[in-house]
Design a protein around this ligand. Structure first.
Ligand SMILES: NC(=O)CC[C@H](N)C(=O)O
Length: 282
């Protein structure tokens, strides 16, 4: 578990769920697929999509789209690279994207939750304030990144307020079933079937998949490409979402993490499935 977040350290590690949602609307589930958990860094994808809708390609003047090869909460590249984070899926990158959204979006504290409620069709999704308060209390590392970026002119709003916004988004509680529905448009060229909405253009949804394939699992993105071979995004709540383009979205959840902060059982389950069914984008 994410022991560095006290409220997450209390989650029972002995749980596992999986859901698969295909483009024709068929849902398959097993285990704890309906149990809600803290989506954590999986929220970085929703955060990025909200920013893409506001800023388009201008995003890339403030954050890169290269893999970092560093842990998700690393500070080392930030100073060498003048406060421009490598990509939107490491913490520094997600903090810049949060800062951008905070500048443009009305009522930012509710924006992501409302967006994700629409994507899933589930009106009962909530932030977990015990988790976000716990993260705020232990925010030193994330705060250090944000203040360092501010010193380079790449952070415009009040750091403490944006940190609250970022932690709130990370604390959103969703199940594997919610997540496969929310991510289904990335398997379907930007189109969300159950809400009959084009969420992103086909090209932009390919770009999100490319970013997930190269940076979605931080410094383990290479290992994930090698073992699973799909665009994916993980979070320290133990969830991993992966996309099989033109076919389906899949989500696994199990709270025990490996050293890179990715779900131990989740990685293995996706590897076995991808081998057995022959899924891979490569
Ligand atoms: N990898 C993660 O899921 C990290 C997200 C977590 N909220 C953090 O900022 O540390």
């Amino acid at each position: 578990m994410a022991n560095y977040i006290p409220a997450l350290a209390e989650v029972n590690p002995d749980q596992f769920g999986i859901a698969i949602y295909s483009n024709d609307g068929t849902l398959h589930t097993a285990g704890d697929a309906e149990s809600e958990f803290s989506i954590q860094s999986i929220s970085k994808v929703f955060n990025l999509i909200l920013a893409m809708q506001q800023y388009g390609e201008d995003i890339w003047s403030r954050v890169g789209h290269e893999p970092s090869g560093q842990p998700f909460n690393s500070l080392v590249q930030l100073e060498y690279e003048s406060g421009i984070p490598r990509n939107p899926f490491i913490n520094a990158g997600a903090l810049v994207i949060s800062d951008m959204n905070y500048s443009r979006i009305a009522a930012p504290q509710y924006a992501m939750r409302e967006f994700v409620r629409r994507l899933t069709g589930n009106p009962n999704l909530h932030y977990d304030h015990a988790v976000s308060d716990s993260e705020f209390e232990t925010r030193a590392r994330n705060a250090a990144m944000a203040y360092l970026m501010q010193s380079f002119g790449n952070f415009h709003n009040n750091v403490e307020e944006v940190l609250r916004y970022y932690f709130n988004n990370c604390s959103l509680r969703m199940s594997c079933v919610d997540l496969v529905k929310a991510f289904s448009f990335l398997a379907n060229r930007g189109y969300c079937r159950h809400s009959d909405t084009q969420i992103l253009s086909e090209l932009d949804s390919k770009k999100i998949n490319a970013l997930m394939a190269t940076s979605g699992l931080y410094d383990e993105a290479g290992n994930f490409a090698y073992r699973v071979g799909l665009p994916g995004k993980s979070g320290v709540g133990g969830g991993i979402v992966a996309i099989v383009p033109d076919q389906f979205s899949v989500c696994v959840w199990s709270p025990e993490l490996n050293a890179a902060g990715n779900s131990l059982a989740g990685m293995s389950a996706l590897e076995i499935l991808s081998k057995r069914i022959g899924w891979s984008i490569f």
